[in-house]
Design a binder for this molecule. Structure first.
Ligand code: SF4
Ligand code: SF4
Length: 360
C-alpha cells in the first residue's frame, strides 16, 4: 500500500495505456457509459449522476476524479460482447476451411467499482471456475484483463450493493485498487503485475491518519445507501412463493423489453446464430446476447414453456435470487441498481422482492 499524489493518476493511466487497450467510464450522450478510451482526459471526472426509478441525469458538480458512480453499461460487454463471431467457415478448392477466433488483445478495466468487480467474479465462475466445460473465448479474454478497481464513495440512490454483501472498498480480485482522498490517492496492489506498475511511480508511505480518513469516508458513504434487499432466507421464501398472484401483477406492468437483462452485469444468456453468405462461399457462427424476457427464449421443440410475461419475469427474479444460489452458492445480483434506473415501467426489483416476501 502506497500513497501517491493526485496528479500521478495520469501517470498510472499512461503506464497502463502503453501495454493495454483501456476500457473506462466515459460521458456520451449525457450518460456515463463505458468504452475504449485513448486519453486520460476522456474520464468523466467532476460529473455525478442522479439515478432513480426510470430516471437518469448527469450533473457537473462532483468533487475529485472519481466523482461519479458505476457506469450505466456493464463490463460484461468487454468480456462477452453483444455480438461475437467465433468461427468463420470458407469453401476453398472444394474443401471447407474452419477458422476459430480466440481473442488475444490485452485490455485494462480502468475504474471498476466493487459491485462490477464482484459481477466479473460471478461471470468467472459461470464461464470458467464452476463450469465443467470452461468457455475458451471468455477464458482467453479474461486472461488478458488488467483490473484497476476504485473504492466507491459516490453511490446513487438505486444502489443496494451492501445488502448483497459487497464492500465499497474491495479486498480482492484487482491488480490495483485506488482510494481517492482529498489530497492524495492510496494505491494498493493485489497482484505482482500491479505491484510492478506502482513501483514505477514516486510514492510515499501511507500514514495512520490516511487510513483513518478512508475509514471515515467509508462509514459516511455507507450511510448514504438506503435501498436494500432483505436476503435472509430469501431463496427459501421465493421457492415457497413460486405460485402466486404477485407474479401476475408484475407481468401486467413488465413490457418484456429486455432492458434489465442487457444492462445487468451478471446476465449472460446468449444464442448462437449462423450467418450465411452463399455467393461468397462462406459463413460465420456468431454468439449474440439473448434474454429470458424474449418471447421465444423458452421455446423447446415448438412449445414455448414461458409464454406469459409473468412467467418470464418470475424466471429472471428466481434465477438471480434463488436458482443461482443452488447453482453457484451465491446470489446472481450485485445490487448495482441498473435494472431499476433503466426499466421503462418503473419496476424496482428491491420493491418486488419486498412485495413477494410480504405476500400471502
Ligand atoms: S439484477 Fe439489477 S441490481 Fe442486480 S446485478 Fe442485475 S442489474 Fe444490478
Ligand atoms: S422488468 Fe422492466 S426492464 Fe425488465 S423486461 Fe420488464 S419492463 Fe423491461
Amino acid at each position: 500500500m502506497v500513497k501517491i499524489k493526485k496528479s500521478q493518476l495520469q501517470d498510472i493511466f499512461d503506464l497502463i495505456k502503453k501495454e493495454y487497450r483501456v476500457v473506462a467510464p466515459v460521458l456520451k450522450d449525457g450518460v456515463i457509459q463505458l468504452d475504449y478510451i485513448e486519453s486520460f482526459n476522456d474520464l468523466p471526472s467532476g460529473y455525478t449522476q442522479v439515478e432513480e426509478k426510470s430516471f437518469y441525469k448527469t450533473e457537473k458538480n462532483g468533487e475529485g476524479f472519481f466523482s461519479y458512480s458505476r457506469p450505466s453499461l456493464p463490463y460484461k460487454r468487454f468480456l462477452i460482447p453483444p455480438e461475437f463471431t467465433f468461427l468463420s467457415i470458407k469453401k476453398e478448392n472444394g474443401k471447407l476451411r474452419f477458422k476459430e477466433k480466440i481473442p488475444d488483445k490485452k485490455t485494462a478495466f480502468f475504474d471498476i467499482r466493487a459491485c462490477d468487480l464482484k459481477a466479473v467474479h460471478i461471470l468467472d465462475d459461470v464461464f470458467i471456475n464452476k463450469n465443467k466445460h470452461p468457455d475458451p473465448y471468455y477464458k482467453a479474454v479474461r486472461e488478458n484483463i488488467f483490473i484497476v478497481a476504485v473504492t466507491c464513495f459516490s453511490p446513487s440512490d438505486v444502489c443496494f450493493c451492501s445488502s448483497m454483501g459487497i464492500k465499497l472498498k474491495p479486498d480482492r480480485g484487482f491488480d490495483i485498487l485506488l482510494t481517492e482522498l482529498d489530497d492524495c490517492f492510496v494505491a494498493e496492489w493485489g497482484t505482482e503485475k500491479g505491484r510492478k506498475l506502482l513501483e514505477k511511480l514516486h510514492y510515499e508511505k501511507v500514514l495512520e491518519k490516511d487510513l483513518q480518513k478512508i475509514n471515515k469516508k467509508l462509514k459516511e458513504t455507507q450511510k448514504k445507501i438506503k435501498r436494500y434487499v432483505d436476503t435472509q432466507n430469501l431463496p427459501q421464501i421465493l421457492y415457497s412463493k413460486i405460485e402466486g398472484k404477485h407474479w401476475e401483477d408484475i407481468g401486467k406492468r413488465c413490457l418484456a423489453c429486455t432492458s434489465c437483462t442487457q444492462l445487468c452485469p451478471t446476465c449472460f444468456c446468449f444464442d448462437i446464430v449462423e450467418k450465411n453468405f452463399p455467393l461468397e462461399g462462406r459463413s460465420e457462427r456468431i454468439r449474440v446476447y439473448d434474454s429470458c424476457f424474449s418471447p421465444t427464449f423458452a421455446t423447446v421443440h415448438r412449445f414455448n414453456i414461458r409464454e406469459s410475461i409473468a412467467s418470464r419475469y418470475r424466471q429472471w427474479l428466481m434465477h438471480k435470487f434463488a436458482y443461482w444460489t443452488d447453482q453457484f452458492g451465491e446470489f446472481g445480483c450485485v445490487g448495482c441498481g441498473r435494472c431499476i434506473t433503466w426499466c421503462p415501467a418503473m419496476i424496482d426489483i428491491t420493491q418486488e422482492i419486498k412485495n413477494i416476501r410480504e405476500s400471502r
